[in-house]
Design a protein around this ligand. Structure first.
Ligand code: NAD
Length: 347
C-alpha cells in the first residue's frame, strides 16, 4: 500500500513510518515539524526508495491538495496533532486549530481526492485518537468503544471533536474511515516532556523526579512499537466506520512507573549518592488530572486477533536502555521551547 502518514516525525507517527517501510509499504510522511517533531526519528528509513517526506501543515488545504495529487495514496493514517495535555492547559488555541480545524481540513482534502479518484472502495482514512476522550474512571471499570465521550482537558476535548468529525464524514459523505483510541504510549523516541522520559533524564542528571499529586493516577501503558503494529492491523483489517480501543494490558500508577524506572537505573547506572528513588519529589497536581484510564481490549482482540506483545517490565527496560544509548538524540531536544519546565499549572 501507499500510505500518507501525518505526524510521521513525532513519537508514534515515526514508529508507524519505520514499521510500515520495514513491511514493504510505501510511505509519505507529512509533517509540519513543530517543536515536537524530530526527523532523526525516521533516519533509519529516510534513504529507502519507499520513503518520501513532505513538510506541510494539515491546516493548509492547498498544500494537502498538492500532496494528495503528487503521491496518490491508498490510505491516510492521521497522527498529526498537538499531543501534550500540560501544553493544552497553557495554550488551548493551537490544540483547537491543529486537532480540530486541521483534522477537518485533512478530511476535506481526503474526500476531494477520494471522489476525484472515483471513490475507490479500498481507500481508508484511519484516524488515530486517544482513550482520554472517554474521561476519567474510578477504581474499577474499563473503557469500551461504547463508553460515552466525556473529555476533561483542552487536549482530550480537541481529540474528541476530531473523532466526531471523522465519524460524520463517514456517515454524511461515505468516506471510508476507521478509528482507534489508544492508551498512553511509551518507548524509544518519546519526546522529553512526557512522564517516562522526564523521569529517566532527570534521574540521569541527578535532578528531582517530579510526580504530580500523590502519583496515584493510573494509566494503561502501551509500548509504542506494539501500538504501531496495532495501527497497521486496524488499517488492514478494521471494519469501515468502526473504532477500536487499543491498550497495553499494563495498568500502573504513576508512582509505580517512577519506582520501576528507578529500580532499572539502579542496576544499569548505579548512583554513588544513593538509590534513584531518593530523588522522587511530589509536586502540585495537574488541574483536572484524570484519575484512571483503562482499556477493555476485547474488540481488537476478538475481531482483529491483535494483542500487545511487550510487558511493562520488558518495555521499561528497553526504553531505559534506549535513552542510555541515545544521549545525542535527547540532548538535542532539551533546548526546545518549554522542555524541562513545569507547564500546565493553569495560573
Ligand atoms: P507527537 O507530539 O510526538 O507528534 C505529533 C507530530 O505531529 C509532530 O511531528 C508534529 O510536528 C506534527 N504536527 C503537529 N501539528 C501539525 C500540523 N498542524 N500539521 C502537520 N503536522 C503537525 O505526538 P504523538 O505522541 O506521536 O501522538 C500521535 C497521535 O497519537 C496524536 O494524534 C495523539 O493524539 C495520538 N495519541 C497519542 C498517545 C500518546 O501516548 N502519546 C496516546 C493516544 C493517542
Amino acid at each position: 500500500m501507499k500510505l500518507l502518514v501525518t505526524g510521521g516525525a513525532g513519537f508514534i507517527g515515526s514508529a508507524v513510518v519505520r514499521l510500515a517501510v520495514s513491511r514493504g509499504h510505501e510511505v509519505v510522511n507529512l509533517d509540519a515539524l513543530t517543536y515536537a517533531a524530530c526527523l532523526e526519528n525516521v533516519a533509519e528509513v529516510a534513504g529507502s526508495p519507499l520513503y518520501a517526506f513532505e513538510e506541510a501543515d494539515i491546516r493548509d488545504a492547498a498544500a494537502l491538495d498538492r500532496v494528495f495529487a503528487a503521491h496518490e495514496p491508498d490510505a491516510v493514517m492521521h497522527l498529526a496533532a498537538e499531543s501534550h495535555v500540560d501544553r493544552s492547559i497553557d495554550g488551548p488555541g493551537t490544540f483547537v486549530e491543529t486537532n480540530v480545524t486541521g483534522t477537518y481540513t485533512l478530511l476535506e482534502a481526503a474526500r476531494k481526492y477520494w471522489v476525484g479518484q472515483g471513490r475507490p472502495e479500498g481507500f481508508r482514512f484511519h484516524h488515530i485518537s486517544t482513550d482520554e476522550v472517554f474521561g476519567s474512571l474510578g477504581a474499577t471499570g474499563k473503557f469500551t468503544e461504547e463508553t460515552p465521550y466525556d473529555p476533561r482537558s483542552p487536549y482530550s476535548a480537541s481529540k474528541a471533536a476530531s473523532d466526531h468529525l471523522v465519524r460524520a464524514w463517514h456517515e454524511t459523505y461515505g468516506l471510508p474511515v476507521v478509528l482507534s483510541n489508544c492508551s498512553n504510549n511509551y518507548g524509544p523516541y518519546h519526546f522529553p516532556e512526557k512522564l517516562i522520559p522526564v523521569i529517566i533524564l532527570n534521574a540521569l542528571a541527578g535532578k528531582p523526579l517530579p510526580v504530580y499529586g500523590k502519583g496515584e493516577n493510573v494509566r494503561d501503558w502501551l509500548y509504542v512499537e506494539d501500538h504501531a503494529d496495532a495501527l497497521l492491523t486496524v488499517l488492514e483489517k478494521g471494519a469501515l466506520g468502526r473504532s477500536y480501543n487499543i491498550g497495553g494490558e499494563n495498568e500502573a500508577t504513576n508512582i509505580e512507573i517512577v519506582r520501576r524506572i528507578c529500580g532499572i537505573l539502579d542496576e544499569k547506572r548505579p548512583r554513588e549518592a544513593g538509590g534513584y528513588a531518593e530523588l522522587i519529589t511530589f509536586v502540585a497536581d495537574r488541574p483536572g488530572h484524570d484519575l484512571r484510564y483503562a482499556i477493555e481490549p476485547a474488540r481488537i482482540r476478538e475481531e482483529l486477533g491483535w494483542r500487545p506483545s511487550v510487558t511493562l517490565a520488558e518495555g521499561l527496560e528497553r526504553t531505559v536502555q534506549w535513552y542510555l544509548d541515545n544521549e545525542g538524540w535527547w540532548r538535542a531536544l532539551q533546548g526546545r521551547q518549554g522542555v524541562g519546565e513545569r507547564l500546565g499549572k493553569a495560573g
